[in-house]
Design a protein. Sequence first.
Length: 192
Amino acid sequence: MSNDLANFEATVVAAPAAYRRFTFRDLYMRRARGKKDGNQAILVDSDGLAIRTQHRAIRTHHQSDMGVMAIHNWEVYDGPGPSANIVARARGLHIDTSGGFYHNTFSFVFEHGRFKGSTLQAMGVAPKENDEYSIVGGSGAFAMANGVVRRALHTREAKTEIDRITIKVLIPVFNETAIVGTSLSSDVQNFS
């Protein structure tokens, strides 16, 4: 194999032969607009101007929100109702890349149980009400994670949308002694 770059090295390494799979089902992510109960705020409008007020409708003369950038701190609950508990928060930003297609990048920061303090890094384009994000990393219990987040609109009200999400994660197992003679079963986590 020819090496075109002097500072590039390709090496064969022994990769983990096993992964631990985590599945989080029936989680609900709340996205809200508004000053009182909002959990997202516009930072830059479609003309590239910083916005100081939250959640005002932005339309240019082109009727496009392309370039709008917002931050979010969406709550993730173990159920859709008012008695549900917060499991994690999806903290990050989303940018309108073409008038309705939002590029999202955020971290699920877990606040509950054995995963408290662990994170999953997710990103992707959200063009529809039902879509997917790639899991591209993590920390704590989810170090070096990869997987997918499936999102489907559950309910929509005037200023609030609740998405039902399923998170499927693969974590590499590096300790060979943990692989030999043990069952690497999947963990299905229901928080309710």
